[in-house]
Structure formats: structure tokens, C-alpha cells
Design a binder for this molecule. Structure first.
Ligand SMILES: Cc1cc2nc3c(=O)[nH]c(=O)nc-3n(C[C@H](O)[C@H](O)[C@H](O)COP(=O)(O)OP(=O)(O)OC[C@H]3O[C@@H](n4cnc5c(N)ncnc54)[C@H](O)[C@@H]3O)c2cc1C
Length: 242
């Protein structure tokens, strides 16, 4: 069976891998490096554009159980995550570069997958197609999709997590410790006294913000809130963590 997959991100690579393992003939399209979305910057496949944490790894919570299920059904995504894990207490977190290099190598070596580095601008008219071009699908393809679904069905808004350079941190002040007493001392802690905390919150409130675009309805995902939105909800909100 011949399958076309558009987008070699997390979903597209997993789909390609599973289909190929079942003996399907897979054509996998990826627009990088010809074209990059505003958030992607590496040529590798399965690029993690934001957090490198895949959340809880333990069997005592739903996300950990889901990962174990994926492990048992031979998920490439989890295989790569386990192979490139970095210490993160009770969570499964990965080295993002190693992770996408690992997935790229596996996809590249799979004989049933033909990877084509090309932007797809129109949905194929026939054949089995998996559209896995993600939340930042390129504009021509998104327009073609809107032709079928109506543009009011397409919506995406997200906050991007800031990345702090490790060598910019003063380790005389910050210290390593576990999070919620789980696992090793894998997290950096930055202490703030009452005044410092208050001025941190104020600085967030006063800071320049990226304005939403005209078409964006700013509906936040409560599990992944922008820090300035949390600060705006009240002076103590940030102190309760996430
Ligand atoms: C700014 C931002 C922050 C995010 N933060 C988080 C987070 O912290 N945690 C979380 O779980 N999720 C986060 N997400 C969501 C995250 O994108 C998804 O979890 C995950 O990447 C979705 O996987 P995917 O395979 O659907 O899409 P992607 O990983 O985005 O992969 C889609 C692939 O398709 C390619 N592509 C796009 N259009 C075309 C085209 N026309 N032709 C060919 N190739 C194309 C892209 O180059 C890309 O490689 C964030 C997303 C964004 C944009």
C-alpha cells in the first residue's frame, strides 16, 4: 500500500515509521530546509520547537501510562526519547538536538520510507494521505486546507518558552535541587526574597509584550500559560508554580 505523509515533525515521523514497519510504501514530505516555519530552525526531522520535557514518566499518572503504552507498541518517538533522555526528576525530558538527530537517522535508514524535502502546497487529489504538517502548516497548504474545511475551523495560538543560556546563570545564587522531591537534583532554583519577587512580577507586568495579530483570539491553554498572563492574574499566582 502506498501512503503519502505531509510533514516530518513528531506526528509525521511516527506515522511514517509505523506504516513502513507494516510494509507500506511511504512517501514523506518535509519542507525544511527549503522553507522553515517561524518556530522551526533545524534541518532535522521531529524538531521539538518548545519544551524538551515530555512530562511525567511515572506509572502513577496518566501521561506516564500513555508513554508506557507507546513504548510497548513500538513507538519511534518514545524509543528516541528514552535513548536521548536527560535527567529531569520524575519527568521524561530529552536533549532536543540528539532527539531529532536520532529520529532523522532512523527515518533515513528505513527502506520503506522515501523522504522528499519539498513544500507541499496543495493536498493530493487521490490516494491515502496523512496530513501531519502541524500547527504551523505553511500558508499555501493551510489555504488549500481551508478551502475544504472553511477557515473558521483553523485556529492556533501558543506561547513559546524562553530558553535561558546555562552560562548566563550565576551559580553562586542559583542551586540545583529535585522538583517536588522526585528524582535527583536536576532542576535549577533561583531564590527570590519578598521584594525581589514583587519586583519580578512588576517587571513582567511592565514589560513590552508581543501583540496578538488581528485574527488571533487570545485563548490560552491553561496547562501552558505565558508567564506574563499568569503574573496578570494576581500577585501570588506565579508563586504557586504550574
Ligand atoms: C511556538 C510553539 C510552542 C509550542 N510549545 C509546546 C510545548 O511546550 N509542549 C508541547 O507539547 N507542544 C508544544 N507545541 C505544540 C507542538 O508544535 C506540538 O506538540 C508538536 O510539535 C506537534 O507535532 P506535529 O508533528 O503535529 O507538528 P510539527 O512538529 O510542527 O511538525 C510539522 C512538520 O511539517 C512541516 N511542514 C509544515 N508545512 C509543510 C508543508 N506545506 N509541506 C511540507 N512540510 C510541511 C514542518 O516543517 C514540520 O517539520 C508548541 C508549538 C509551537 C508552534
Amino acid at each position: 500500500m502506498q501512503i503519502t505523509i505531509i510533514g516530518a515533525g513528531l506526528a509525521g515521523c511516527e506515522a511514517a515509521w509505523q506504516a513502513a514497519r507494516e510494509g507500506c510504501d511511504v512517501t514523506l514530505y518535509e519542507m525544511k530546509p527549503q522553507r522553515f516555519s517561524p518556530a522551526h530552525e533545524s534541518e532535522n526531522l521531529a524538531e521539538l520547537v518548545c519544551s524538551n520535557s515530555l512530562r511525567g514518566a511515572g506509572m502513577n499518572n496518566a501521561v506516564g501510562c500513555l508513554k508506557e503504552e507507546l513504548r510497548r507498541i513500538g513507538s519511534l518517538f518514545i524509543e528516541a526519547a528514552d535513548a536521548t533522555a536527560v535527567p529531569a526528576g520524575g519527568a521524561l525530558a530529552v536533549d532536543r538536538d540528539e532527539f531529532s538527530r536520532y529520529v532523522s537517522a532512523k527515518i533515513g535508514a528505513e527502506p520503506n520510507i522515501n523522504l522528499i524535502r519539498k513544500e507541499v502546497t496543495r493536498l493530493p487529489d487521490a490516494g491515502i494521505t496523512i496530513l501531519a504538517s502541524g500547527p504551523l502548516t505553511s500558508d499555501p497548504l493551510a489555504s488549500d486546507l481551508a478551502r475544504l474545511t472553511g477557515s473558521e475551523q483553523l485556529y492556533f495560538y501558543d506561547a513559546i518558552a524562553p530558553i535561558v543560556e546555562a552560562d548566563s546563570i550565576d551559580y553562586d545564587i542559583a542551586w540545583r535541587a529535585s522538583r517536588y522531591d522526585k528524582g535527583g537534583a536536576d532542576y535549577l532554583n533561583c531564590p527570590l526574597n519578598r521584594e525581589e519577587y514583587a519586583s519580578f512580577v512588576q517587571a513582567l507586568l511592565d514589560a513590552d509584550k508581543v501583540a496578538g495579530r488581528e485574527f488571533e483570539k487570545l485563548i490560552h491553554f491553561e496547562g501552558c500559560m505565558p508567564i506574563e498572563e499568569m503574573a496578570a492574574r494576581g500577585p501570588q499566582t506565579l508563586s504557586l508554580g504550574r
